[in-house]
Structure formats: C-alpha cells, structure tokens
Write a new protein. Structure first.
Length: 68
C-alpha cells in the first residue's frame, strides 16, 4: 500500500510539472484529472518502469475523454 501512495505522489508531481512546462495553472478539477491519470498509468504503463511520458499520455487520454 505504501508503494501505491508513493507512486501516486510521484505521478502528482509529474503532472504538476507537466502543467508548468505547458504554461497552465493547476486546474480547479485537478483531483479528478490526477485520479484519471493515476489509474491510466497503473493500467497502461509498466508497473515499475513507468516515466513522465506515461503521465503525459494519460493526460492526453483524459483530454480526449472529456472532448468526446
């Protein structure tokens, strides 16, 4: 369980850094986006060898999901 908390915390940091890199403020629905991204990374990326790109892909999937 502690490993999941660490992973979620890391994903949160990567997501915030992604927002900074693309020049947007943290959205008001950040918790919803963060949860989606966390679940997507857990389901789609390698369990132990995920990276920033996996978080970016998950964020892109979230954007696509709300634009359908």
């Amino acid at each position: 369980m502690n490993q999941s908390i660490d992973k979620k915390s890391e994903i949160t940091s990567v997501l915030i850094n992604l927002f900074d890199r693309i020049g947007i403020q943290t959205p008001s629905n950040f918790d919803t986006i963060n949860e989606y991204v966390y679940i997507d990374v857990c389901e789609s990326a390698d369990e132990h060898n995920w990276n920033d790109s996996d978080v970016a892909i998950a964020f892109r999937r979230w954007i696509e999901s709300v634009n359908q």
